[in-house]
Design a protein around this ligand. Sequence first.
Ligand code: ATP
Ligand code: MG
Length: 469
Amino acid sequence: MKRKLTHLKPTQHSAVELGFDKSCVSQNAIKVVRGLQSAGFDGYLVGGCVRDLLMGRKPKDFDVTTNANPEQIKKIFDRARIIGRRFKIVHVTFGRGREREIIEVATYRAMPDSANKKGFRGRSKASSTGRILDDNVYGTIEVDAIRRDFTINAMYYDPNKETVIDFVNGIEDAKTKTLRIIGDINLRFSEDPVRMIRVVRFQSKLGLQVGESILAAIEKNAALLQDVPAARLFEEVLKLFHHSAAAKTWLRLRETLLLYYLFPQTVKCINQEGGDKFESLILSALNNTDKRVGQNKPVIPAYLFAVMLWWPFKTEFKRLVSKGVRRNEAFWIASDLVFKQQSSSVTLPLRVKGPAHEIWEMQSLLENRIPRSIERLLENRRFRAAYDFLLLRQEIGEVSKDIVDWWTEIQDCDFHQRQSMIETTVEKGRGNSNQKRGPKRHPKKGAASSAAENKIASKARNPTGKYNG
Ligand code: ATP
Ligand code: MG
C-alpha cells in the first residue's frame, strides 16, 4: 500500500522508552545541538545515528539538522567550515589528531521543486533525467523529513529533551526491520540513483526486508547510475564494502543490475566459463575484509580494487602476451587499461591505482621467490596485502600451497633462519632456467601506452597508501 506521507502526522516519543542508550551519543554532537538551540534555532540529531540508536547499535558518526542556514551555523561555532556544492553542509570540528571528531550540520532541506514556491529559500537544479544537481532549497522540518531517503533514516532526536520525532513511521519500520522508501520509488531513484546502492547497503548491513516493488524499481532504474559522477561512486563503493557486511552486500548486489554498472569488467569475467572461481576469490576477500572491520583493523581501498579487477587484468595481460607483447610491457599496459575502463564507472584515484598495481606486481615476485628480491619483498610496506592476496589465489588453485607455506614460514624466522631458507630456495631454483621473472621495472619510454601509465608507474614505485596488516 502506498502511503500519503505528506499527510502523516508527526508523533513524538520518549527516547528513554524507545531504549536509546545515551552513553553511545557523542558529547560533541550534544554540544552542537545545544549550541544551535541556545542561539534560538532548532537542533536535532538525525539520520543514521538515530536509526542506529533505535536499533541498539552504536552510531559511527552523527548528523545534526537545524533551521539555521549554513552562514548562521558557521557563526555559532569556532571551528566551523561550509563544505559541498550540490549539498551544502557545515562541518563543526572538535579535538585534534586521533581525537578529532567532525559533526555534520545541515539546514532543513525542501524538495528541490519547491525552489520558487512561497516560504522556501535557496536554489536547486536537476539534469534531464531528473537527477538533482543542486540540492540547496531550505525548508521546514516536515519537508526535510520527507525528502530523506528511507523512513528509518528520517527520525529527529533531541538529546537534551530526550524526545524523538517521527514523521514517516520510521520507528515502526525500524522495529519490523523494513526498508521503505519515502515517496514515489521511481521518482526518488531518478532524483538520486545512489539511493539504489544505499538500499543494498542498509539491506545487508542491518538485515532489512526489502519489498518487491523496490527491487523491481532498482532493475528498472539501475542504468541511471551511469549518470552519477564516477568520483561520487568511488566513495559509495567504499561504504558498500567496508562496513562489516561486505560479503552479504556482494551477494545482494549480484542479484541486481547495480553490480554491472559498478564493476562491468568484473561481472563479465564472473559470467565467463570458470568465472565461479573468480567469484569465490572475491567472496573470500570480502569475508576477510568483514573480519578485519569487525576487529577494528584497517582496510585499504587498493586491496578491494586489486581483488575486483584481478581477472580482468589477468585476461588482458594474457591476451597481450599471446599477441607477442613482452610480459614486462604487457603487465603495465594491461593494468593501465583495466584501471582506465573501471574509472569510467567508478573513479579510481591514483592513491588506489598505485598500491593495487603493486599488489599485482608482487604476485609473480612472491611466486618465483627470486633470492635477491626476497629480503626487499619482506620489507615492502605492501607485503602483507600482497601475501594476503597470494593466500586468496591459493584457495582457488592459482598458486601452489608449498609457495604460500614458504612465505608464511619465512615471516616468523630470524635473520639466520631466513638466510638458510633463501639459500635452500637458490639450490632448488638452480637448474630451473625457465623460471618466469616478475616485472622489475617500467618499460622504456615508448613502450608505455600513455602518460597516465607513466604516472601510475612512478606512483607504484613510491606509493602513499597504508596497509598495516
Ligand atoms: P551511515 O550509518 O552509513 O552513516 P546514514 O544513513 O547516516 O548511514 P549518511 O550518508 O551519513 O548515511 O546520511 C545521513 C542521512 O542523510 C541519512 O540517514 C538520510 O536521512 C540522509 N541521506 C543521505 N543520503 C541521502 C540520499 N541520497 N537521499 C536522501 N537522503 C539521504
Ligand atoms: Mg551517517
